[in-house]
Design a binder for this molecule. Structure first.
Ligand code: UD1
Length: 419
């Protein structure tokens, strides 16, 4: 297994460009199933999760072409299979995103039930309950979701809990349903707005994405489009934290700061000087130690759970004590044990981490357990004394495009060690 060797202590400086957002791209790729025509996606990030989604569509019969400008054209005009097999679903839970489109276009779908994962049980009951309200029949059999519907019929649906991929699944399914669907208690993440914009560019009639209520008027068919994936706000946030923990001075380009307002405000609270214009964010940290910041994760527009692990590192080297409450996922403190092996002083009680800032942390051999946990270990390695080796970095390659190249460009010293 490949590893990353990080020589800590370098201060990061310079400009980098954000890649396309993984969490925007995954539902967009799934949405191509809704359409007979070809869809072209630009600015797709080169990530393992994107490859897995293409593998899934390919296994069902989609044709995927890459042109000389690195744009992908996907044709799902005539799928031969409507099954998402366990081998793929177990490596990426977002595979569930093909359920809504398959049901809407083909009237049936067979999707392996995603199991537990490192950050909690992550069930899909909200997706299934909502699809039932559109008229789908759903059975669970031999570890698979078996869904069918002659025709989905619009309905008014209130989700039992806020779910990002659940909102996306229902939005996609309802585009081809008969009549009007109203979705309530929906996720308001920017990626929901991105997907609605893409679907509308294909002829869907969706309004309200990003607000409390999404209204979808079903149409008979969708048509071709060319759509560019917006920048990855979590990648941007991670590089801003990298600057904050190394006393750096970094500008992240290509990112709309409105997507990161809570993160920017917390970075300011740490004592960093953060400035932004419409499509870039600059940070400069000139303090011996950051100020500690309390954080409670919650759905957008609150502080994103996908930035929680990274902020654990800022707090770990801050001057003082801070609290992090994780309210979105039940088991998202896997990075804490590894951070403590590097000299951090963090205790966890349920969903509450109490972080006592320390003067210095030290390099160690550590193991990545999930995507954002891996990011936090790399950030810790950047500000630790000595060498850190991060093992199981396949987690990071799922969601960060060429992370070591980008960080090295800013002055880090990271080497990918072959397996
Ligand atoms: C998405 C993001 C992920 C992010 C998360 C929360 C993608 C591909 N992934 O994941 O990066 O961390 O949103 O912002 O966009 N839940 C249920 N039943 C359900 C669905 C969800 O109980 O049917 C629970 C989950 O276990 C979790 C919470 O609801 O505790 C939120 O999960 P959800 O928003 O669905 O996360 P994902 O869409 O999987």
């Amino acid at each position: 297994m490949e590893k990353l060797l990080i020589k800590g202590g370098n201060s990061l400086s310079g400009k980098i460009k954000c890649s396309g957002a993984k969490n925007a791209a995954l539902p967009m790729i799934a949405s191509t199933i809704l359409c007979e025509d070809k869809i072209t996606l630009k600015n797709l990030p080169y990530l393992q999760d994107i490859t897995t989604m293409f593998e899934l569509l390919g296994s069902m019969g989609s044709e995927i072409l890459l042109d000389e400008n690195m744009n992908f054209t996907i044709s799902s005009s005539n799928l031969s299979d409507i099954e998402a097999r366990y081998e793929l679903v177990k490596t990426m839970r977002a595979s569930i995103l093909v359920l809504g489109p398959l049901l809407a276009r083909y009237g049936k779908a067979r999707i392996a039930l995603p199991g537990g994962c490192a950050i909690g049980s992550r069930p899909v009951n909200y997706h299934l309950d909502a699809l039932k309200l559109l008229g789908a029949k759903i059975k669970l059999k031999n570890g698979y979701i078996e869904a069918s519907a002659k025709k989905l019929i619009g309905n008014s649906i209130r989700f039992d809990g806020v779910t990002v991929t659940g909102t996306e699944n229902l939005m996609m399914a309802a585009t081809l349903a008969e009549g009007r669907t109203t979705l309530l208690n929906v996720a308001k993440e920017p990626e929901i707005i991105d997907l609605a914009e893409m679907l509308n560019s294909m002829g869907a009639k969706i309004s309200g994405a990003g607000s409390e209520e999404i209204i979808i008027d079903g149409v008979d068919r969708l048509h071709e489009t060319v759509f560019s994936i917006p920048a990855d706000r979590i990648e941007a946030g991670t590089y801003l934290v990298a600057a904050a923990v190394t006393n750096g001075n970094v500008t992240v380009e290509g990112i709309n700061p409105k997507r990161l307002m809570k993160v920017i405000s917390k970075l300011k609270d740490t004592g960093a000087d953060v400035k932004h214009d419409q499509e870039s964010i600059s940070i400069s940290m000139n303090r011996d130690h950051p100020r500690p910041v309390d954080i409670t994760t919650a759905p957008f527009p609150e502080f994103p759970t996908d930035m929680q692990a990274q902020f654990s590192v800022i707090n770990a080297i801050s001057k003082g004590t801070s609290n992090i409450y994780e309210t979105v996922f039940e088991n998202r403190f896997m990075h804490i044990l590894e951070l403590n092996r590097m000299g951090c002083d963090i205790s966890v009680k349920g969903n509450h981490a109490i972080i006592k800032g320390v003067k210095s942390i030290y390099g160690a051999q550590v193991m990545a357990t999930d995507l954002r946990a891996s990011a936090s270990l790399i950030l810790a390695g950047l500000c630790a004394k000595g060498e850190t080796v991060v093992d199981r970095i396949y987690h990071i390659d799922r969601g960060y495009e060429r992370i070591e190249e980008k960080l090295n460009y800013l002055g880090a010293d990271i080497t990918r060690l072959p397996s």
